[in-house]
Design a protein around this ligand. Sequence first.
Ligand SMILES: [Zn+2]
Ligand SMILES: [Zn+2]
Length: 110
Amino acid sequence: MVWICDKCNKEFASARECAKHEKNCNFVNEIKCKCKECGNVWHYLPEEENTIRSQAKNNALIGLGNLFTPTGAFFSNKSIDAQKELTKFSKCPKCGSANITKENHNFEKK
Ligand SMILES: [Zn+2]
Ligand SMILES: [Zn+2]
């Protein structure tokens, strides 16, 4: 079994070695998106997507429970913001097309 660094895809023989390496690894893993309609290119970090996804879900749940209170309204608005943010993971921010390609992109942080 080999262990692979999430950031630079380097292979290790043991989990311990891999974990040790990951702590010091200065590679960044990001998703590179390209719009097939207008040629726009943008990037985002996978962590960013996870954070916003869980945020959108939490906000929606809180908003639902407090729909008729000022707090509920506040969270509902928040959840709309998070929903908007989410579109950048599946749609072109420039022309709104969902006709996009995604690829993993690893690079060394300087
Ligand atoms: Zn690495
Ligand atoms: Zn586009």
